[in-house]
Design a protein around this ligand. Structure first.
Ligand SMILES: N[C@@H](CCC(=O)N[C@@H](CS)C(=O)NCC(=O)O)C(=O)O
Length: 235
């Protein structure tokens, strides 16, 4: 049975982390709100009973209904036997996926430093200040952390030759940062070589190459998580 993925249809957002994994490993999934509508997503969320996901993305896999991007990826990876097969290592992969979730939250808060409910235009001044700290401190701290982890098994993927959910997610992080901060990322080129290697290797996973070249792969845009505002990328 096809896994239902429920996520906002207009943005790549956090849903793209789930899509990339499903596409790379050819899991049968249906992108429900892209086939139906954002209204259908809201209606579906409200129809859920019991312990419900707080926010999209969430998946419905038969009886299993779960949100939280990192948890979804860990669940699918476990279920499909796409981890390392060793508990300690799989927990470390999950740990990295949670680090990625933290980073994604911080990335979003660069253009929304005051409140998620306000428009970017209403918090530009704070965003400008936040972006300078983010580029100076937080991006290097996170990317060096991921880069060091990649070095442990010699790359190009986190487990060496075997790609996992962490690799498809880190690919999206690198693509997103290139879109959001093109000047900064260009200037820093060569600082995180293992991540740059991964960014080149992930699109070579064959089914993923087809997806990335297809119309289903959504462009980054200024409603999503990775947004390009020139003033936030000033050096
Ligand atoms: N920690 C959650 C965050 C989920 C989340 O913030 N989803 C966004 C879209 S990317 C949303 O719709 N949030 C609604 C809200 O926070 O009220 C995850 O990693 O999946």
């Amino acid at each position: 049975m096809s896994i239902e993925l429920w996520y906002w249809p207009q943005i790549p957002g956090r849903g793209e982390f789930v899509r990339l994994f499903c596409e790379a490993f050819q899991l049968d999934y249906t992108d429900m709100a892209r086939e139906q509508s954002a209204d259908a997503l809201v209606e579906h969320m409200h129809s859920l009973e019991g312990i419900r996901p707080f926010a999209p993305p969430y998946i419905v896999d038969d009886e299993v209904v779960i949100g939280q991007t990192a948890l979804i990826l860990q669940y699918l990876s476990d279920k499909e036997g796409l981890g390392s097969g060793e508990m300690e290592i799989d927990l470390q992969l999950f740990q990295l996926q949670l680090d990625i979730a933290d980073f994604v939250e911080e990335i979003h808060s660069v253009h929304h430093p005051v409140a998620n409910e306000l428009y970017y235009a209403d918090q530009m001044e704070a965003a400008f200040e936040k972006a300078a700290h983010f580029r100076g401190q937080r991006i290097p701290k996170y990317l060096i952390h991921f880069d060091n982890a990649l070095a442990a098994n010699g790359g190009p993927f986190m487990l060496g030759q075997q790609p996992t959910h962490v690799d498809t997610s880190l690919f999206q992080i690198m693509e997103g940062l290139d879109y959001m901060f093109p000047n900064y990322m260009k200037e820093m080129q060569g600082t995180w070589v293992n991540l740059e290697g991964l960014q080149g290797a992930v699109p070579e996973i064959e089914p993923l190459a087809d997806y990335l070249a297809s119309e289903r792969r959504m462009e980054f845009n200024e409603d999503g998580i990775f947004r390009h505002y020139e003033e936030l990328d000033e050096q």
